[in-house]
Design a protein around this ligand. Sequence first.
Ligand SMILES: [Zn+2]
Ligand SMILES: [Zn+2]
Length: 167
Amino acid sequence: MLKIFHPDLKRCDEYNLNGSICCDCGCAAFHIKLFADFDNKNIPHARRYKNGWSLVIQAVCKDCGQKWTVFDDSKHGYNGYVCHQAISVPDSELKNFVCSDCKDSVFKISISIETEDKEQFLEEVVAYEEDKFSEDDYVDAFNGIGIDIECLHCGKKEPGWIAYETA
Ligand SMILES: [Zn+2]
Ligand SMILES: [Zn+2]
């Protein structure tokens, strides 16, 4: 699970985790780099890479410059974590994201994660591959991720910027 993701416990239950990300250094403003295709509303989707597809979102701390992978289709979520479906993409393929209104590039990032049912994960995955997965891994095998962003320059909000099924 992403180390800098801070779930807001008041808005979480067994199946949904909601919260925002904040760097180790305390900064909550990030540049966004991603590997994606965009639709006509500037919403990112998985993009073709070599013989597969992927979607990668990175957050780069505005203050200290540390790079955090927020989502990588080849590693996170049920399909990535358990099935390794998507293909991994080198950092050099990632592009900077800018606000569609003011073209600035510093954002606040909120995340919601739809978790996998723990019992189901134990029965369908851990039972078969005990050497690879343990009970606590169900959090990483999540079923969906939503990312909302807010431009810290002009205040433009993009609720549902990413709404991605990972199972
Ligand atoms: Zn930082
Ligand atoms: Zn803006």
